[in-house]
Ligand binder design. Structure first.
Ligand code: GCB
Length: 592
């Protein structure tokens, strides 16, 4: 349950927790009208659109009428899709773009309608028929607005101002190592629901139990206690529960379940019915726990053979969005021999996470609290909390997700610790069934060839994530051969990043930087070291595929790409891919 109005003091400033998520869960399971396709778009580099009233979608009414913009005469951009890779002139564009979609709609009786955006990067202001519906900040979380009373019978127009301008107080802030792809990057749809409907639910195994489903359900629109049925036909579950006066009910059901695992990604059809509303979901059941320095899946120790990946489109450039993109990327992850994948550095598309559920890939999901951000700013904290809340609201029934990550490589200082501790409190309150982690990079030299993981954030986490770039950003590859690692905490450790850059097809000797041989050699030294690390529970090297990055400029080598991929952005496998594949096969053969 979320606090709504509780106000308390955090070191130095008054802090109000953000409201609970208004997101409709399981939109793929709902009746929807898809609004994807070609939207008219006005590129507005000086940000004049608001004052000029672009949201009114005016058209000249007479020969002499002066209207200095026109959606009708503006070219189109495809939705979903980033604008940077759709038009050459927008590759480096940072600013607002105004999108318009006209559609005809006749609302069925006794139906409420919401407009739903899978994501838009970074800040969106949404208008329907000239009326402002609301704003949303955060480039990778879904959002919706109710439009039941704003819709007209017949012709409607939806206008969205999307801006990808970076800001020092935003999440992420000004500096990050990926392309700030702007635009409406995931599906847009109208979601039709009955007057009273199931807004969200958590149907998961109780923490630590393999036979009790514990969770909750939240109705939207209920005025009085309402009966709900929860059915899992294949498991013989048929349970009737009654909500309280605010539409909430808790769920406790005993069940004999076939548990979800990478080898056996069993999903059950789960059916929730409340009056006129019936919703189906495909849910897997598994437990995930920590015992000392080990991670247990369904009560058994598991080693996470993983890889990090961006949501970058394979073969073409740009933000990935389609089920086919997800199939290709996760297909490669499987080919590597992984049972685990780190979705860096922000929540990925729902279709990708649902595919991971079906493929049996465990997932680390993360919010873009990345490098340095404005730690002392209450608005920045509220923003990060809202992104975390909406990430969890969308995905908390996915068996694949075992870890919520709070942050990546954030600098050690007190205000950052206060900030991240709050996120961990939120995450545990929103979802007590998963583990909390962060990718850290603060270590201490505690002896001639000894390093200790000592970031005070470690205290807060269930699982420690460590990014280290020995042989690339510091030291030599050979240093890895003699280095010993220590950890301040007896907690499971995931080496969440290591790696080096290589241009696919560039060959030379192992000492020639940017060659496949150099990268491959780095992997060999690293894997030898990682195997000796204490508390090691898994690894997610950096990174599955080359990706666009604005600070990677070296001509002929990077050309605005981070080249640490094991696979090029054209889908070609580099030598290190096979080295990691071999390593994972060895682990899998040894039962890890
Ligand atoms: C890191 C970051 C990642 C970068 C990577 C690199 O530590 O977490 O986002 O892309 O290093 O290639 O430098």
């Amino acid at each position: 349950m979320r606090r709504c109005v509780v106000v308390f003091l955090l070191v130095g400033f008054a802090y109000a927790a953000p409201a609970s998520s208004t997101l409709i869960a399981n939109v793929p399971g709902r009746t929807t009208v898809n609004l994807d396709g070609a939207w008219r778009a006005i590129v507005d580099p000086f940000g004049v659109g608001r004052a000029a009233g672009f949201f009114r979608n005016e058209k000249p009414r007479s020969k002499g009428d002066r209207v200095e913009y026109s959606f009708d005469a503006s070219p189109v951009l495809n939705v979903p899709g980033d604008w940077n890779t759709q038009r050459e002139s927008l590759l480096f564009y940072e600013g607002p773009v105004w999108y318009r979609r006209e559609f005809s709609f006749h609302k069925p009786a006794n139906t409420r309608v919401f407009v739903y955006f899978g994501s838009a990067n970074y800040r969106s202001t949404v208008y329907l028929n000239g009326e402002k519906l609301g704003e949303h900040e955060g480039g990778f979380t879904a959002f919706n607005f109710e439009v039941t009373s704003t819709l007209r019978d017949g012709d409607n127009f939806l206008i969205v101002e999307v801006s990808n301008v970076r800001r020092a107080d935003a999440v992420p802030a000004l500096n990050f190592d990926w392309w700030s792809y702007g635009g409406i990057t995931r599906d847009v749809m109208l979601v039709e629901v009955p007057t009273v409907f199931v807004q969200d639910y958590s149907v998961q195994l109780a923490r630590g139990s393999q036979s009790e489903i514990a969770g909750w359900l939240q109705l939207n629109g209920a005025q009085s206690p309402t009966k709900i049925t929860l059915e899992i036909p294949e498991a013989g579950v048929h349970e009737t529960i009654t909500t309280d006066g605010v539409g909430r009910a808790s769920i406790h059901v005993k069940a004999k379940l076939d548990l979800w695992s990478p080898e056996h990604p069993k999903l059950y059809d789960v059916v929730l019915t409340s009056g006129a509303d019936t919703i189906h979901d495909q849910i897997g059941f598994r437990t995930i726990e920590v015992e000392g320095n080990r991670i247990l899946l369904n009560g058994k120790e598991i080693f996470l053979r993983g890889i990090s990946m961006h949501e970058e489109a394979p073969f073409r450039e740009g933000r990935a969005f389609s089920p086919e993109d997800a199939q290709t990327l996760l297909g490669w992850v499987k080919d590597l021999g992984c049972n685990f994948v780190r979705f860096a550095h922000y929540p990925h598309n729902e279709n990708e996470i649902r595919l991971a559920d079906r493929m049996g890939l465990m997932v680390w999901s993360e919010i873009p609290v990345y490098w340095d951000i404005d730690w002392s700013n209450p608005a920045t904290l509220a923003n990060a909390e809202a992104q975390l809340r909406d990430e969890i609201a969308r995905d908390h029934n996915r068996a694949a997700i075992i870890l919520w990550s709070m942050s990546n490589e954030t600098p050690v200082k007190p205000e950052r610790l206060t900030f991240l501790k709050q996120l961990a409190v939120d995450a545990r309150e929103l979802d007590s069934t998963r583990l909390i982690t962060s990718a850290m990079n603060h270590v201490e030299n505690t002896g001639p060839d000894e390093r200790t993981i000592s970031d005070p954030l470690g205290e807060v986490l269930d699982v420690l994530g460590l990014n280290e770039y020995l042989g690339w950003y510091e030291g030599s590859r050979e240093d890895a051969d003699k280095l010993q690692w220590k950890s301040t905490w007896n907690k499971p450790l995931i080496v969440s990043e290591f790696g080096g850059g290589a241009v696919y097809g560039r060959h030379g000797d192992a000492d020639e930087i940017w060659t496949e041989e150099y990268q491959d050699n780095l992997y060999q030294h690293q894997l030898g070291m990682i195997e000796r690390m204490p508390n090691l529970a898994g690894l997610t090297p950096w990174v599955l595929m080359d990706f666009r990055a604005p600070a990677r400029m070296l001509p002929g080598v990077q050309d605005y790409h981070n080249r640490k991929g094991l696979i090029s952005n054209r889908g070609q496998r580099k030598l290190a891919f096979y080295t990691l594949q071999k390593f994972y096969k060895k682990l899998a053969d040894a039962g890890k």
